[in-house]
Design a protein around this ligand. Structure first.
Ligand code: NAD
Ligand code: TYD
Length: 349
């Protein structure tokens, strides 16, 4: 039976990718490799945990002996690499955690794959999932493409850029069969409530201030996470080796306009007076090195792999809010304990 390693499968995007791969590929063993950091949560995968083609291995990708043992035991044909430290604000507080997991952990995986596949790379594939943040900030005009020069501005994006470079270098130097994608901001179910959209939903539910960094005019291109999971499967199966694919939602919002949409939807779903959630909006100190705008030109993946987002933003955001309202136990589970300490420190500034 073929075997695919998915790293970071207990996280936000990874859990949607694991579910999709387990269900769509019943004759392939899908092994989820995850350290279960604060962002990893096996409750994201309750519906597939008993599937006969699914395995979970708790492992830190910085632990080389443990990785070697897993590669030897399972002999994977492919790796889909999503494990990462993923939050910009945390990278500003603790850059080394990002260097260790995102750079060193990625190189550890490349080494393990290279060692296992040496002599026979045919049919093998190392797929690295990355971010559009590696390209830095756009001005008011223009879009990122596969040809955009790297110009990362945060420790997070610098660590992801570095990992992209290593993946590319292993292709050029050792002939490792790699493919890379760079995606815009995702949103949807199971998103950890340190990121903008789930943080706003959570704070509205709690009646807490909605912190907007700076003037709120920063712009992001939002993609529904199930659409990204579909794109990831498509790139994994059909993407050309050695190439990169930009993935995005064709869906730009300034932060303040996006938060107002969430406020209006939450008021209506919670039966609150129109305008009441917007009163919670609070402008706070800006993030250092804050990138003004990200936006993806996703023409290549559309033309070459026939992928485009299936959900409109109106559908995606409504489904997202409904998911959080229906899954209050999940939200409570991830916002207890260490989350509170993080939150108090981050928003005391
Ligand atoms: P996430 O923070 O929700 O999940 C990361 C997962 O990786 C968690 O399950 C965590 O336990 C695991 N992990 C972290 N460090 C690890 C380590 N050292 N060893 C093993 N496992 C470890 O992240 P996400 O938002 O799901 O992002 C997944 C990937 O997609 C990341 O590589 C990220 O850079 C990329 N990406 C994310 C977005 C986005 O909007 N969230 C957009 C584009 C690309
Ligand atoms: P985030 O979800 O952290 O994603 P990223 O920084 O990777 O794009 O932030 C999205 C945008 O929202 C970004 O411009 C920063 C802003 N933001 C706020 O204004 N307030 C907040 O509390 C957070 C977490 C983010």
């Amino acid at each position: 039976m073929p075997c695919i390693f998915i790293t970071g499968g207990a996280g936000f995007i990874g859990s949607h990718v694991v579910r999709r791969m387990v269900n769509n590929h019943p004759d392939t063993t899908i092994v989820n490799l995850d350290a279960l950091t604060y962002a990893g949560n096996l409750a994201n995968l309750l519906d597939v945990e008993d599937a006969s083609n699914y395995r979970f291995e708790k492992v830190n990708i910085c632990d080389v002996p443990a990785l070697t043992e897993l590669f030897n035991r399972y002999q994977p044909d492919a790796v889909m690499h999503l494990a990462a430290e993923s939050h910009v604000d945390r990278s500003i507080e603790d850059p080394m955690a990002f260097v260790n997991t995102n750079v060193v952990g990625t190189v550890n995986l490349l080494n393990a794959a290279r060692e296992l596949w040496k002599g026979n790379m045919v049919g093998k594939r190392f797929y690295h999932i990355s971010t559009d943040e590696v390209f830095g900030a756009l001005g008011k005009e223009g879009l990122f493409t596969e040809a955009t020069a790297y110009s990362p501005n945060s420790p997070y994006s610098a660590s992801k850029a570095s990992s992209d470079h290593f993946v590319r270098a292993y292709h050029e130097t050792y002939g490792l069969p790699v493919v890379i994608s760079n995606c815009s901001n995702n949103y949807g179910p199971n998103h950890f409530p340190e990121k903008l959209i789930p943080l706003m939903i959570h704070n509205i539910l709690e009646g807490k201030p909605l912190p907007i960094y700076g003037d709120g005019q920063y712009t992001r291109d939002w993609l529904y996470v199930l659409d990204h999971a579909e794109a990831i499967e498509r790139i994994f199966l059909k993407g050309k080796l050695g190439q990169t694919y930009c993935v995005g939602g064709w869906n730009e919002w300034t932060n303040i306009d996006l938060v107002k949409v969430i406020c209006r939807l939450m008021d209506s779903k919670l039966g609150k007076a129109p305008g009441s959630s917007e009163q919670l909006i609070t402008y706070v100190t800006d993030r250092p090195g804050h990138d003004l705008r990200y936006a993806i030109d996703a023409s290549k993946i559309d033309n070459d792999l026939q992928w485009k987002p299936a959900h409109t933003f109106e559908e995606g955001i409504a489904k997202t809010i409904d998911w959080y309202l229906d899954n209050s136990a999940w939200l409570e589970g991830v916002t207890s304990g260490a989350y509170q300490t993080y939150y108090d420190k981050q928003y005391a500034k």
